[in-house]
Design a protein around this ligand. Structure first.
Ligand code: PLP
Ligand code: COI
Length: 343
């Protein structure tokens, strides 16, 4: 039996909380050193480290859950390991090997078992692997030294109000460039989105809808999640296709769930802002966002309302949410290879 920490599991919010242990590995002299678990939440680096000067950093986000039968599992972490390696390569950083990523995940979650929220609490253990240039650079070039860390923290829903619909606004800013870094999980993309996010938050919106940066005609994603839309007849799920959005693991998973488990048609294609009012439902999908219904989108004063708007989520969104979380929590059988057992 694991000994649970004494936390108010139903009200923990989405915030940083230092846990007992974090995994650390250092890259020096052309190789990754042996990793270890550390008690120290502080990081000490050179004042000219590449991360501090030129933002050479990438990260991931995944979750560990207690299932209905008391196991501790993660959802498709192999895909996080692969995406992190892709992000690292694009930023000229040495990828952290996939097998080591999965071992580190097992070690880190096992060392913090008391922080994994109990089944039924609606919370989960958020895992944040990240990697950054720790060696000094002053000319613009890749560092020779890097640090990989994996930290964990228990979290509740990302959006206030949990599964209630959120309202978005169409941003006048772009989060990524047409042939830039939008497809990788680099901290610099999130720095790019913060100015726009503050504007949206001050105006009372949960997030921005970013448009494609080349033509400003197609829907991209929000600052931290991908979109899906449901056709007016409720039979087709559509997700935006773009080379400048993050390839969300949750989106890839719900495309499968929609097609193979819920009997929907699925389409991955460019989605025009001008066609949004044709859809009956809109939602956000992501590790932190899970499945979050979108009630309305404000396009410079023109309101696009989906289904019952802010009152309640649509029926397909509810089915997607129940199926995805059922798979993650072990109450619905998972497709082969989706569940990674930690303990
Ligand atoms: N898009 C952005 C910009 C994100 O930060 C995230 C979160 O990871 C996602 C989409 C969703 O991706 P995933 O489902 O892999 O968590
Ligand atoms: C995640 O969903 O894991 C993310 O990294 C998104 C972020 C906005 C918290």
């Amino acid at each position: 039996m694991r000994e649970l920490k004494n936390l108010d599991w139903n009200n923990i919010g989405f915030q940083y909380r230092p846990c007992d242990k974090r995994y650390v590995a250092e890259y020096k002299d052309g190789a990754w050193g042996e990793g270890y678990l550390s008690d120290d939440p502080e990081v000490r680096i050179n004042e000219c480290a590449g991360i501090l000067q030129y933002c050479q950093e990438c990260f991931e986000g995944l979750k560990a859950y207690e299932t209905a039968n008391g196991e501790i599992v993660c959802f498709r972490p192999d895909l996080n390991a692969e995406r992190m390696a892709d992000s690292a390569e694009f930023l000229c950083m040495p990828p952290f090997p996939k097998e080591r990523f999965l071992e580190a995940l097992k070690e880190t979650v096992t060392a913090n078992l008391g922080f994994v929220p109990p089944y039924g609490s609606g919370a989960s253990l958020y895992v944040r692997p990240y990697m950054f240039a720790s060696g000094p650079v002053i000319g613009v070039k890749p560092s020779h030294e890097y640090i990989f860390r994996m930290i964990v923290m228990p979290v509740g829903p990302y959006f206030k109000g949990g599964a209630k619909p959120v309202a978005l606004m169409v941003s006048d800013f772009d989060r990524a460039a047409p042939h830039g870094t939008g497809h990788i999980k680099a901290g610099l993309n999130y720095a790019m989105s913060m100015h726009a996010h503050e504007i949206a938050a001050h105006a009372g919106y949960a997030e921005n809808l970013f448009l494609d940066p080349a033509e400003r005609k197609y829907v991209e994603e929000t600052g931290g999640a991908n979109f899906y839309f449901i056709s007016a007849d409720g039979k087709t799920l559509v997700t935006p296709k773009s080379s400048s959005i993050l390839p969300s693991i949750t989106r890839r998973s719900i495309l499968y769930v929609a097609e193979h488990m819920l009997g929907l048609k699925v389409e991955e294609r460019k989605v025009e802002l001008a066609e949004l009012s044709d859809f009956s439902e809109c939602g956000l999908c992501g590790t932190a966002a899970v499945i979050s219904p979108v009630g309305e989108i404000d396009d410079h004063g023109r309101k696009i309302v989906f289904g019952k708007g802010m009152a309640e989520p649509g029926p397909v969104t509810t089915k997607l949410y129940d199926t995805l979380t059922g798979i993650q929590l072990g109450t619905i059988p998972a497709p082969e290879g989706w569940i990674f057992k930690v303990a």
